[in-house]
Every structure is written in structure tokens, then in C-alpha cells.
Design a protein around this ligand. Structure first.
Ligand code: CA
Length: 237
């Protein structure tokens, strides 16, 4: 199944990206690269303004610095998710030790990149995040035990109870559930779900699996295959 295929989708005309960054030099470079790629760009320098703009302008994706004056990036993200706002968020972190916090359980970021970053890489990640958020209905709905993935509505149910997943978490679980019994390596998941062909850190996969497990608790079907990757198994019939 072509869930999370890795074609480079064309940018819809005028897709709006909000850059939340208190370093004007970094913001200018990001704006330059994003605009050159056909995106519209808004820039704000603090978390409070970011919330205002996200609520009023509804950008297609947000590049969110973690270290901001006033309200920091993680608080911005948590506030949005609590409002049921699932705008794709790409975190920018200055330090490796912020990564766990950024992708931390229940925070709901879609991806992260550490500074110093290449602006090209940021634009590529934005495209991936947008693609996740706009995947059309693919294939049939997926069932596994009491889990039900509604692919067109992009909703997950455990029994009758709906569980909120980020777009990336949804695609990861959908990809695993579409291949029951198959062990999928971290590299494969990175390629098939995230669209990264390059050998980047595979912690992204592990952290997102941890997030899905945390949300599903004992209903999580994901099994770790030590040293290889992840799988979901058909429930015993
Ligand atoms: Ca900063």
C-alpha cells in the first residue's frame, strides 16, 4: 500500500508557513528558502504572537523555535494541541538535549531539526510534514483487534473511543497496521513514513513509537523487534 509514499508533492500555490524564531538572521534565511520554493511566509519572534497568528491565519505548517522569549515553543505546541489544533509543527532546537522534551510524550510535535541546520533540510522537512497532513484517503480502513483506523477521516478508534494522534503518529501506525506480521526496520520506516532517504538519526522513529504507545497504552499493537525495528501482529483468532 502506498501509505506515506515518498513523491515530492507540488506545493499548492500560496501555502502559508509560519516561522516562529527570535533570531532575525535565521528567520530571514528560512524566509528566503521557503519563498524561493513557492511558499508564503509569515514570521513572528515570540510564542504569544505565534499563537495569535496560528489561530487567526491558520498556516499550513509552523516552524517553531523551542527557545523563545516569553512563552517557549513547547508551550505553544501544547496549547495548540489542547485546543485540538493539529497544524503540522516542525520544532527547531538549539541543543540535542532538548530533543526529548520537544518530541516528548503528549507534546505533539511532528518533527524536529537541530541547529545549526541547513535551510534546504528545513524546507524538505516542511514538505514532509505538509504531505502527512494532506494525505488523501488511501486504501481501506484498517482493523486490528479493537483498533480501527479510519483512513479517510484520519481518525483512530479503540473500540468506540477516539484517540487523538498527530499526523505523523497516524501515518506510522497506519503503515505498521497495513503490514501485519511484517517486521519493518527503522530505516524502512524513515523512508516509507517520513520520506527520508538519507541516513538521519533514527531516534525520530523510536520517539514516535513511544508516543503512540503512550496514547494507546495496553491497546498498542506495536512490538519492538530488538535490533531490527517494529511490527504489529494479528491478534490471535
Ligand atoms: Ca531562539
Amino acid at each position: 500500500m502506498a501509505l506515506g509514499g515518498h513523491g515530492q508533492g507540488k506545493v499548492a500555490a500560496g501555502q502559508l508557513i509560519l516561522v516562529v524564531e527570535d533570531d532575525p538572521g535565521i528567520a530571514d534565511v528560512l524566509r528566503l528558502y521557503l519563498e524561493r520554493d513557492g511558499f508564503q511566509v509569515e514570521h513572528v519572534g515570540d510564542g504569544g504572537k505565534a499563537l495569535d497568528v496560528i489561530r487567526s491565519r491558520q498556516p499550513d505548517a509552523v516552524i517553531l523555535d523551542v527557545g523563545l522569549p516569553g512563552m517557549d515553543g513547547t508551550t505553544v505546541c501544547r496549547t495548540l494541541r489542547n485546543e485540538d489544533n493539529w497544524t503540522p509543527i516542525l520544532f527547531c532546537t538549539a541543543r540535542d538535549d532538548e530533543v526529548d522534551r520537544v518530541l516528548g510524550l503528549e507534546l505533539g510535535g511532528d518533527d524536529y531539526i537541530t541547529k545549526p541546520f541547513s535551510p534546504r533540510e528545513v524546507v524538505a522537512r516542511v514538505r514532509v510534514a505538509l504531505r502527512h497532513a494532506s494525505l488523501p484517503a488511501v486504501g481501506e480502513n484498517l482493523h486490528l483487534g479493537e483498533l480501527h483506523l479510519d483512513l479517510s477521516a484520519r481518525r483512530l478508534f479503540v473500540g468506540n473511543h477516539q484517540i487523538d494522534l498527530t499526523a505523523t503518529e497516524f501515518d506510522l501506525l497506519a503503515h505498521l497496521m497495513a503490514h501485519p506480521g511484517r517486521v519493518i526496520s527503522r530505516d524502512q520506516l524513515l523512508l516509507e513514513v517520513w520520506g527520508y532517504a538519507s541516513a538521519i538519526s533514527t531516534r525520530t522513529v523510536d520517539v514516535h513509537v513511544a508516543q503512540v504507545r503512550n496514547k494507546l497504552q495496553e491497546a498498542s499493537p506495536i512490538r519492538t523487534v530488538r535490533g531490527v525495528g517494529y511490527a504489529v501482529d494479528e491478534p490471535p483468532s
